[in-house]
Design a protein around this ligand. Structure first.
Ligand code: MTE
Length: 333
């Protein structure tokens, strides 16, 4: 194992909203009748930090959003401290604790997200566009990793369909391809084969057009009321709650509309283990482990096991099952 310099997780106490405070705010907003109400802006404004100081280190910023969804709201949120320290972001190391340690100097502003390929309007979105061009809402979703652990995360983001409508895909556009930033100077896992888990970078993902247009599919720009920390895919990532987490590609710089199904990072690396579709499915095991159950990550320590049954499509069948009606999901895993 290559020796890593142990950097501290640089988020200052004042920059981090404890999930208890977050929950209290949520309760308060609920009492006031705000949660779920459209048109609400900046529900957290004035309640905490916003750090505008120039610095090499990443600073989190509060985000305004218009509404929050009700789905899965009854499930306990995974503590913010776990969401931001137990990560898969191989560009910053293949171990769960490494992204939070190694990504803190990651520069996300300026940023360019290019939209190209089979579209009427090619677009380039800058950093500020990511937060101002679309209607940002809160979506509380389950996140199920193919490794059989899961979380419940309050994301902030906009529907990918809104961006797609803006780009106006042509009739040839059948798939959407996504690419993560390639910058080995900033991303040590791209510079060091071993640290980066043997992946051929840039990390790449893809969706069928109907999956990309599904209202559940969001481009996330925040979590827990603030901008995304770098380890969670700042400044913008995909979130697909009915698919295994590896489809939810982070720190996206390119979206391309294609006629052919794009190659994807994990299915290229191990095609027998990871497919293009990667729908959460308790009836199709990974070749090396069962997918029937998962470990829900909570605030508890080692002894709180929290093993729960995995649900078909991670519990989102009502919204997505019709897209796969005629498909053999054991074949198209
Ligand atoms: N995106 C990139 N670019 N690189 C990665 O290594 N890991 C994926 C996905 N997106 C990954 C990525 C995997 S395996 C999972 S489970 C989720 O990100 C984890 O997201 P989280 O760290 O925010 O929980």
């Amino acid at each position: 194992m290559a020796k890593l310099s142990k950097q501290q997780f640089n988020c200052k106490e004042s920059q981090v909203t404890d999930e208890k405070i977050y929950q209290q705010r949520r309760q308060l907003l609920k009492k006031l009748g705000y949660v779920g109400a459209a048109g609400l802006l900046a529900p957290y404004a004035g309640l905490s930090m916003a750090n505008g100081k120039e610095s090499n280190e990443f600073s989190l910023r509060e985000l305004a959003f218009s509404k929050t969804n009700k789905a899965s709201i009854s499930e306990k949120l995974t503590p913010e401290s776990k969401v931001t320290t137990h990560n898969n972001f191989y560009e910053f190391g293949a171990q769960k604790h490494q992204p939070a340690e190694l990504a803190q100097k990651f520069k996300v502003n300026p940023w360019q997200l290019k939209i190209s390929g089979e579209v009427e309007r090619q677009l380039t979105l800058g950093y500020d566009d990511l937060f101002s061009r679309f209607d940002i809402e809160e979506r509380i979703y389950r996140l199920r990793c193919v490794e059989a652990w899961s979380m419940v995360v309050p994301w902030l983001g906009f529907q990918l369909s809104d961006l797609i409508k803006l780009a106006q895909p042509t009739s040839k556009a059948k798939y959407v391809k996504f690419k993560t930033l390639y910058d080995p100077k900033q991303m040590p896992g791209q510079a060091n084969h071993y640290l980066g888990g043997g992946i051929k970078y840039p990390y790449q993902e893809g969706l069928r057009m109907d999956e990309a247009m599904n209202p559940l599919t969001i481009m996330a720009v925040g979590l827990y009321g603030k901008t995304l920390p770098p380890q969670n895919g700042a400044p913008i990532r995909l979130v697909l709650p009915w698919k295994y987490g590896f489809k939810s590609i982070k720190s996206i710089v390119e979206i391309e509309f294609t006629e052919q199904q794009p190659a994807t990072t994990w299915s290229k690396l191990a095609p027998k283990e990871y497919g293009f579709y990667a729908n959460v499915n308790p009836n199709v095991d990974h070749p090396r482990w069962s997918q029937k159950s998962e470990r829900r990550i909570t605030s508890g320590g080692l002894f709180s096991r929290n093993r729960i049954d995995t649900q078909m499509f991670n519990g989102y069948g009502e919204q997505v099952a019709q897209m796969y009606q005629s498909m053999d999901l054991a074949k198209y895993y």
